[in-house]
Design a protein around this ligand. Structure first.
Ligand code: SF4
Length: 234
């Protein structure tokens, strides 16, 4: 993609944020109570709908293990049973235990110490964990630990490609993900650094909202706030 188009694409994406905010209002994500619950949710939501995550979170809560101490103590098999509603429990349970091992060995069991680590260094540590891809790592960093890093997902990829902001290929690999993150970072590049975590937070929530309502596997552009006819590319 040519640099000029990249700048235009970033500007357009920023406009999309504004249009979605006008249409839907502030989303106030993430739908969880504590930073640790956010992190658990980021693992559980892989390849499943949020309503399934809520069932698993409720079961973890009822079993009184939805916290660092609780999850550390609960046996692996019991953890698998408790998170079964989200699917892939045999993969997600050990992945959660691996996160706890990182927290304990490198940060003394303190989320505050983990959050104080520079973003890029912490991102590399998270990506090195089993069961953590870029989207999960960035959701943990942004929503769980307050770092200024955008989260890119399938909804954002569809929106960006369908509006010609990004080349369709490569799609789901790490290069495709990195291109989406770069596009989003550039879109908010002129905003004050201090406001970026909140803006990335809202933008991700807004793209999920429009994705669910209109931009699924098949685009339903009628009445979409980002309708092509109403908002032409610059
Ligand atoms: S549904 Fe149509 S107008 Fe809305 S974001 Fe998707 S492609 Fe754009």
């Amino acid at each position: 993609m040519k640099p000029q188009l990249t700048r235009g694409a970033a500007r357009r994406l920023r406009q999309m944020h504004d249009q979605l905010l006008t249409a839907y209002g502030p989303q106030n994500w993430w739908p969880a109570k504590t930073p640790f619950e956010v992190i658990v949710g980021a693992y559980l939501t892989q390849n499943t709908a949020w309503r399934s995550v809520e069932r698993s979170l409720a079961q973890l809560h009822e079993a009184e293990v939805l916290g660092i101490e609780g999850l550390r103590a609960v046996p692996l098999r019991r953890l698998q049973e408790l998170i079964r509603p989200t699917g892939f429990a045999s993969r997600k349970a050990p992945a959660l235990k691996a996160f706890l091992a990182l927290l304990d060995t490198e940060f003394g069991g303190s989320l505050e110490a983990m959050a104080a680590t520079p973003t890029e260094a912490l991102r590399l540590k998270l990506l090195a964990l089993w069961g953590v891809g870029p989207e999960t790592a960035d959701a943990i960093l942004l929503y769980g630990l307050g770092h200024a890093i955008p989260v890119a997902d399938e909804y954002l990829r569809r929106i960006a490609e369908r509006h010609g902001l990004l080349d369709p290929a490569p799609r789901r690999d790490r290069l495709g993900y990195a291109a989406l993150v770069e596009l989003t970072t550039n879109a908010f590049g002129e905003d004050p650094a201090s406001s970026r975590p909140q803006q990335y937070n809202e933008f991700h929530a807004l793209t999920v909202a429009v994705g669910k309502a209109h931009c699924g596997r098949v685009a339903n552009c009628t009445n979409c706030p980002l309708n092509y006819d109403a908002h032409k590319l610059p």
